[in-house]
Design a protein around this ligand. Structure first.
Ligand SMILES: Nc1ncnc2c1ncn2[C@@H]1O[C@H](COP(=O)(O)OP(=O)(O)OP(=O)(O)O)[C@@H](O)[C@H]1O
Length: 212
């Protein structure tokens, strides 16, 4: 590990009732990387993302973001999460949802963000009148709108057709180029093929450490 590491897990075990859904996971990830958590359904990918998001604390071990306990980081510009279910505000428009973190800070969002995710034509439509794939891309835009230090993306291509997968992949690589550590949980080989660090999880255990 180096001081440049942005996200660290040290000997993290997480129990759900009597079951350890993550066991002794250690990893360290620097900025400006695409790190991909790959593993079968139930292997612990979402749980690991939620621990880095600080939504819950690990049963044992430490999860830090920029050397602070992840549960104490409440800054969307530092750590932003795309959950598996998009969780938009249904009565707000696509643009209002996507831009909300920027507006709350009095910042002007990148005008190209919606265009890059193929959402231009839908910008003024209430989120509840859009498809699941469109909602997912809107939530992805909301995740990236502040250029966060860490973007946690749970199955970001799950509801996308091939054409829109290409847009999502471009958004991920653009975020990495802008300095974001993008940590993705996915089964999608198209994302796995782009990974700087591949983190295979099996039954809650990390099979390989990322290369130093
Ligand atoms: N609230 C809960 N209570 C008990 N067990 C849970 C709970 N949430 C998740 N689990 C279990 O924890 C394990 C890991 O779940 P997790 O959602 O992290 O897996 P995943 O790899 O993201 O799966 P998927 O690819 O299907 O989303 C699974 O066996 C799941 O059943």
């Amino acid at each position: 590990m180096t001081t440049a590491d942005l996200v660290r897990l040290e000997a993290v075990t997480h129990q759900r009732g009597p079951t350890a859904v993550l066991s002794e996971v250690s990893l360290a990830l620097p900025p400006a990387r695409l790190a991909v958590l790959a593993g079968r359904s139930g292997s612990g990918k979402s749980t690991l993302l939620h621990l880095v998001a600080g939504i819950m604390a690990p049963t044992r071990g430490e999860v830090t973001v920029a050397d602070k306990a992840a549960t104490t980081v409440h800054d969307w510009g530092q750590v932003a999460l795309l959950p598996q279910r998009p969780a938009l505000t249904p009565e707000l428009t696509v643009a209002e949802n996507a831009h909300l973190p920027a507006r709350l800070r009095g910042r002007d969002p990148d005008p190209e963000l919606l265009t890059r995710l193929g959402l231009d034509a839908l910008a003024a439509r209430p989120a509840h009148d859009t498809s699941l794939g469109e909602q997912q891309r809107t939530a992805l835009a909301r995740t990236l709108v502040l250029n966060p230090a860490v973007a946690l993306l749970d199955e970001p291509t799950a509801h996308q057709d091939d054409e829109h997968v290409a847009l999502v992949l471009s958004a991920l690589t653009a975020a990495v180029a802008a300095g974001t550590l993008v940590l993705v949980a996915t089964h999608d080989q198209r994302i796995i093929d782009l990974a700087d660090d591949l983190l295979p999880l099996r039954s809650g255990r990390l099979l390989e450490q990322p290369a130093p």
